[in-house]
Write a protein that binds this ligand. Structure first.
Ligand SMILES: [Zn+2]
Length: 259
């Protein structure tokens, strides 16, 4: 596996075939972690040739439907698919309240339709802020406004990556992003001015904009950020973009963003 992050989706609750709900696939060493599982993500995983057993760890940033609704088709397929049944356990990580939410989903559909009595187990990990181990790696979870939402940071061979789920422009977000080499940020809730300010104040070499409610003009955005003193690059995310973690700090647009 190459060490990279993949934007599976860059959209929101808006029904846009071009942008499924925002989700990021982290692939480092032998570890695969999925960050958010909203509309369209289960099919996107299958389209990439990823089988159920290829994903053992899923982080849910919060409990809005556009970040977790595909948990239902994903678990249904895990339990009942004849072409790709799951045999490995699935670990779900999320903010406090995870167990209650997932239990509600299981109750709504009937637990056996989503998690079989035999085959695999679903493990729920409600995580408070702080460091938690997923597989062989430490991830740092941090609450970010709006309430109930968590961002995640991890460091892989000297490169620190941050992912926000939903996030308003806020001092907590700036603190969370400080010292990061590569950030995938909610660019749908902040205004363009706030994105530019975020770039200037965090000085992250590469900021990937996702969770897009409207289209951003990357050239205009970068020209403005550069005029105001930002030396890095803001990348307007598209579904399918991939970023190698080896050159994560590079500001050359052709490096890393490959559709
Ligand atoms: Zn959202």
């Amino acid at each position: 596996m190459s060490d990279r992050i993949v934007l599976l989706g860059t959209g929101t609750c808006q029904l846009q075939p071009r942008r499924i709900a925002s989700s990021v696939l982290i692939e480092v060493g032998d570890l695969r972690v999925l960050f958010d599982l909203g509309r369209g993500v289960a099919d996107r995983l299958a389209a990439r040739g990823l089988r159920q057993d290829d994903i053992e760890h899923v982080i849910l940033s919060h409990f809005h439907p556009d970040h977790l609704s595909d948990l239902v088709p994903y678990l249904h397929a895990a339990s009942h698919s004849r072409i790709d049944p799951r045999s490995r356990d699935l670990h779900l990580y999320g903010p406090p309240g995870l167990t209650l939410r997932v239990q509600g989903i299981l109750d709504a559909f009937g637990a056996p339709s989503l998690v079989p009595e035999e085959g695999f187990e679903l493990h729920l990990h409600e995580l408070a802020e702080g460091k938690h181990r997923i597989g062989p790696m430490d991830f740092t979870f941090c609450e970010l406004p709006p309430a109930g939402n968590q961002g995640v940071r991890f460091t892989w061979e000297g490169t620190t990556v941050a992912l926000t789920g939903d996030s308003e422009f806020h001092p907590q977000e700036l603190a969370f992003l400080r010292g990061v080499d590569l950030a995938v940020v909610d660019a749908g809730h902040p205004t363009e001015s706030e994105l530019v300010e975020l770039a200037i104040r965090t000085r992250i070499p590469r900021i990937i904009c996702t969770h897009l409610y409207g289209e951003l003009d990357g050239e205009v955005l970068n020209a403005r950020a550069s005029r105001e003193g930002y030396g890095g690059e803001l990348v307007v995310g598209e579904d399918g973009f991939e970023f190698s973690l080896e050159d994560a700090s590079s500001t050359t647009p052709s490096n890393g963003s490959v559709r």
